[in-house]
Design a protein around this ligand. Structure first.
Ligand SMILES: Cc1cc2nc3c(=O)[nH]c(=O)nc-3n(C[C@H](O)[C@H](O)[C@H](O)COP(=O)(O)O)c2cc1C
Length: 357
């Protein structure tokens, strides 16, 4: 049985002091131009002080056309580096790894500018990117990773889940291209592989590199994701794969994979030195422990870290600790570093108590 508080060393050489990573949480607290704000700095630093072994930023767009939310963090300009450098050094001063999540919304970009994706898309009005534009998008992920490295981050995670651009390319429904980025699973995964090799070439093997993937729905096929994860683990160029499962203990929907939880499905693959993180419905010490018992190397904590910035510390003190059920009062959330724009966003997740009329 792996201890939740045993350290974990990645192939890059970075050690996470325990098995708790803060999941990427879009919080809409950045400035309108993508500049990192003091509110977002304080929100993330509180989680580092609360005992997380690694803290990840919210999804940060790598090109302006990849912006998916108002108030989203931008990684697309060098001038953002100073604010990000102070975040990275403050997180690392807490004996916590600092990771940035790199993202492009593709067809799910905020309306108001031209929307692009792997192929034309009637639902969003998006148009197919040219081959040159796909190459520019890949380059933008790589230069953003270099920016993160210069700012002092320990690593980056590529957002390849939730039907954002890298996930859209993986989908044989959304990606109907006939160039080298479409067709076989290998071709559809080539943007991901080219980002990985570009980051490795420019940032080195001692820069921590992770990838987030979705296992099902999102117009992708579970069988293909199992195949891709197995291949990427065998290739050994990633420090970790973060499976965004939404419920770690749910069974896969496709018949072929019934009988195992989603965690067990991916933990059962030969993983060499690539670590496996899982995210989804981990709200207590026992559920975090269960994810490790089912074979994950670490857990990513999303919603439980919102009302409790010190969720890992609470579990350390009481292994049976469980996050109290939502909703939470505005005052409580504000005391946990949630500023007004984030409060508005959390309303969508039924996280905020209704105010008296
Ligand atoms: C408010 C909110 C914002 C999120 N933002 C992101 C994000 O920026 N990037 C991402 O990959 N996932 C995002 N997610 C998904 C979480 O990282 C996590 O995988 C999901 O919430 C399931 O874990 P949980 O049950 O511990 O919350 C978000 C989820 C929530 C609730």
């Amino acid at each position: 049985m792996t201890d939740l508080f045993a350290p974990l060393t990645f192939a890059s050489g970075h050690t996470m002091k325990n098995r708790f990573m803060l999941a990427p949480l879009t919080n809409q607290q950045s400035h309108a131009d993508g500049l990192f704000s003091q509110a977002e700095h304080d929100w993330l630093l509180m989680r580092a002080k609360g005992g997380f072994g690694a803290v990840m930023t919210a999804a940060a767009y790598v090109q302006p056309c990849g912006k998916g939310f108002e108030g989203q963090l931008g990684f697309d300009e060098d001038r953002f580096e100073t604010a990000l450098a102070s975040l990275a050094s403050d997180i690392k001063a807490q004996d916590c790894l600092a990771i940035a999540q790199l993202y492009h919304a593709g067809l799910r970009a905020v309306p108001g500018r031209e929307i692009v994706g792997p192929s034309d898309d009637a639902d969003t009005g998006g148009r197919a990117m040219t081959t040159d534009e796909v190459e520019e998008m890949i380059e933008a992920f790589i230069t953003s990773a270099q920016r993160a490295q210069r700012a002092g981050f320990d690593g980056v995670e590529m957002h390849g889940a939730h039907s954002y651009i890298l996930c859209q390319f993986l989908s044989d429904e959304l990606n109907r291209r006939d160039d080298r980025f479409g067709g076989s699973l290998e071709n559809r995964a080539s943007p991901i592989r080219e980002v990985i090799s570009g980051i490795r070439a420019r940032c080195g093997s001692d820069f921590n590199l992770g990838l987030r993937l979705s296992p099902e729905r999102m117009q992708i096929r579970t069988g293909e994701m199992v195949e891709l994860v197995a291949q990427l683990m065998a290739e050994g160029n990633l420090d970790y794969i973060d499976m965004s499962l939404w419920d770690c203990f749910k069974q896969a929907e496709e018949d072929e994979f019934k009988g195992k939880t989603l965690t067990e499905l991916f933990a059962g693959l030969e993983r060499g030195n690539t670590k496996l993180g899982v995210a989804g419905q981990i709200r207590s010490g026992p559920s975090a422990q269960r994810a490790l018992d089912e074979g994950a190397d670490f857990v990513l904590i999303g919603r439980a870290a919102i009302p409790e910035h010190d969720f890992p510390e609470r579990v350390r003190r009481d292994p049976a600790h469980e996050m109290p059920p939502p909703p939470f009062s505005r005052e409580h959330l504000q005391s946990e570093g949630v500023s007004p724009p984030f409060l508005t966003y959390l309303d969508v997740f039924a996280f905020v108590e209704k105010e008296e009329a």
